[in-house]
Ligand binder design. Structure first.
Ligand SMILES: [Zn+2]
Ligand SMILES: [Zn+2]
Length: 242
């Protein structure tokens, strides 16, 4: 399966990541990508965030560097079970791709019912395009409910390649999510979650999970530059009109 765009990467601006934007470009080239989305953490993640101005100033970074398309995004924190996020709309409206995810510094892992409610509320939030690492075993969720919500709101669920290394126990959960996405026709995003340049475009296990689930390429939002462009242009339009 083709994956031309990496939808989830962090530069040194996320303070626990180790490569500059230009180094991430080198990783994208090395791994044969055509583009990637820069998705630094939202400001509520202690020890990992850039100042909100960072997102307002991203226009100074070229849209293309050495033949690689650079898209502007963020990985926000889901702050509560009512869809609360940690960056105001004045910044979100400037971005191409808005991911939201549960991180334990911002949302204490809770019961399956409460975790599910929080994730579904984030999916329903008109500013959010995609949920990062929904297969994280630290946050048990009702997969069927989450997948059906993502289908209803036209959002994507991520199969995160780093999860298989750093979020132990993610593999079976991600297989379940991918299978349900195929069954219900839910958009899938494949992200490396690279925190180091060599991992940009590293989809080693995630790609297998997606392929084995029989996900149709038309459901994978970042299979080609064109399919990703179509997805994020629709979403940025909906975000601005929300
Ligand atoms: Zn994350
Ligand atoms: Zn991340």
């Amino acid at each position: 399966m083709r994956i031309q765009v990496d939808t989830h990467t962090h530069s040194t601006a996320s303070l626990h990541a180790y490569s500059t934007i230009d180094e991430l470009v080198s990783g994208a080239k090395k791994n044969g990508l055509k583009g990637f989305v820069l998705t630094e953490h939202g400001p509520a993640l202690q020890g990992g965030f850039p100042h909100p101005y960072y997102f307002g100033n991203l226009h100074v970074v070229p849209r293309e560097i050495r033949g690689i398309s650079l898209l502007r995004g963020v990985e926000l924190n889901i702050m509560d079970d009512s869809g609360g996020l940690d960056l105001p709309f004045k910044y979100l409206k400037l971005l191409d791709f808005v991911i939201a995810g549960l991180h334990d510094a911002c949302f204490t892992p809770s019961s399956k019912e409460i975790n599910t409610r929080a994730m579904v509320a984030a999916i329903a939030n008109p500013y959010v395009d995609c949920i990062s690492h929904p297969g994280n075993p630290v946050y048990p969720i009702n997969y069927e409910e989450v997948v059906k919500a993502a289908v209803h709101f036209g959002k994507a669920l991520e199969i995160n390649n780093s999860s298989f290394k750093i979020r132990k126990g993610s593999l079976e959960n991600c297989k379940t999510i991918a299978r349900l996405c195929g069954q219900y026709g839910c958009y899938v995003s494949c992200g490396s979650d690279a925190h180091y340049w060599r991992d940009v475009g590293n989809f080693e296990t995630a790609r297998t999970v997606i392929e084995e689930a029989g996900i149709n390429e038309s459901l994978l939002i970042n299979s080609t530059v064109d399919s990703f462009t179509e997805f994020y242009k629709r979403r940025t339009g909906e975000r601005r009109n929300a």
